[in-house]
Design a protein around this ligand. Structure first.
Ligand code: GLU
Length: 421
């Protein structure tokens, strides 16, 4: 591999397009359709001012990208992170299109991001930034047009400000404009846990195919945010032993097992899992390579690459994060017999319960957590089963199988609708 190639593949957008190309090729997709689905429909960049606590004004940059609107309104989260780029948001938006199609919910794909380290802002600054960013992107947003949700570093409180900002503009309360809200504002039971719960449902489905007994399995989790921390908790509830976890500051390892809930309390108190008593400190890179049966990347893109894929010991990888694995790494893992549950399937529980939230909001209804989790399980199990069937029939890895399903569904809709005018 040349340096140029390896640099290009570490751009999330280049990765997303490459994954799409692989599926388009296998599907024998018509060249015109390929051109349409390979690019986002709309990309909005906004630069907006925020009053800071010290009396200064700062200008922040944010994005909202709508990749596809063929199967319904755009759907996808908003990320606050210092490393956000337009290319990253484009990739995340495209992945949302495929994700919604894999699980069969009536949405296209969108994503947003603001270049900011929210940990450096006060609550007042965070609110000001959130309200002004939402105002700027509101030209694209609406319950029938584009419905944002949480992503990396965004919370139910931020969703409340988004919902309120939109509602103030139109003059009445519109709960269905955003999902991932607190329950008292029209949020759904089970939404907060949904990404992790859906991920664990797919792990439970995959375990027998890989010969893993979850009661005896060891698990490593990269990332201890909403997806990672709750996945660790749910894996422990399945009887597995969580041996290593990490966050942006670093990781901790104890082959005898960590208590995910105690680690979370430590993180809440100290701002990081690092320093947790009775564990060895390891780096985020080392975490991916620890001895374990199941690896759950639940942080950012491009973590498993051609450089480290060959050293991964896990037999099962469950992508709670979006885009953690590059196409080169996919090939290495597949050749090494590692079973990988791809992001667009594995972490689709979040957007699936977002869909339930939106349906409840539009109908002024409220479902119990038991109903939400049962519906989620049915959808995840069906999508998992369909993906495994394609993977076995076409003799392709699980990512390509999920893409074959998703791209076919989106291209069928696009073909039926035709090109306007
Ligand atoms: N940000 C989450 C994802 O990447 C959830 C999106 C949503 O609920 O709309 O799937």
């Amino acid at each position: 591999m040349t340096t140029e190639q390896s640099a290009a593949t570490l751009n999330a957008w280049a990765v997303a397009q490459r994954q799409f190309d692989l599926a388009a090729e296998k599907l024998g997709l018509d060249p015109g359709m390929r051109k349409v689905l390979r690019e986002p429909r709309r990309e909005l960049t906004v630069h907006f001012p925020v009053h800071m606590d010290d009396g200064t004004v700062q200008v922040f940059t944010g994005y909202r990208v709508q990749h596809n609107l063929g199967r319904g309104p755009a759907k996808g989260g908003i990320r606050y992170h210092q490393d956000v780029t337009l290319d990253e948001v484009k990739a995340l938006a495209m992945w949302m299109t495929w994700k919604c199609a894999v699980v069969g919910i009536p949405y296209g794909g969108g994503k947003g991001g603001v270049i900011v380290d929210p940990k450096k802002l006060s609550m007042k600054e965070l609110e000001g930034l959130s309200r002004r960013y939402f105002t700027e992107i509101s030209v694209l947003i609406g319950p029938e047009r584009d419905i944002p949700a949480p992503d990396v570093n965004t919370t139910p409180q931020i969703m409340s400000w988004f919902m309120d900002t939109y509602s103030m503009h139109v003059g009445y309360t519109v709960p269905g404009v955003v999902t991932g809200k607190p329950i008292s504002l029209g949020g759904s039971e089970g939404r907060n846990e949904a990404t992790a719960r859906g991920c664990v449902y797919t792990i439970v489905d995959a375990a027998p195919l890989v010969g893993i007994d979850l009661k005896k399995a060891t698990v490593a989790v990269q990332g201890y945010g909403n997806a990672g921390a709750i996945a660790a908790h749910l894996m422990a509830a399945e009887g597995s032993t969580v041996v290593a976890v990490s966050d942006s500051m670093g990781g901790i390892h104890n082959p005898a097992g960590l208590d995910p809930d105690k680690v979370l309390s430590w993180k809440k108190e100290h701002g990081t899992v690092v320093g947790y008593p009775g564990a060895t400190e390891i780096s985020n890179e080392d975490l991916l390579e620890v001895q374990c049966d199941i690896l759950i990347p639940a942080a950012l893109e491009n973590q498993i690459t051609a450089r480290n894929a060959g050293r991964i010991k896990a037999k099962l990888i469950a992508e709670a994060a979006n885009g953690p694995t590059t196409p080169e790494a996919d090939e290495i893992l597949y050749n090494n017999g590692v079973f990988l549950i791809p992001d667009i399937l594995c972490n689709a529980g979040g957007v699936t319960v977002s869909y339930f939230e939106w349906v409840q909001d539009l109908n002024r209804d409220h479902w119990s957590e038991a109903v939400v989790n049962a519906k989620l399980k049915e959808i995840m199990d069906r999508a998992f089963g369909e993906t495994v069937a394609v993977s076995q029939r076409e003799k392709v890895n699980m990512r390509t199988a999920a893409y074959l399903l998703a791209v076919k569904r989106v291209s069928d809709t696009t073909a039926l609708r035709g090109i306007y005018p």
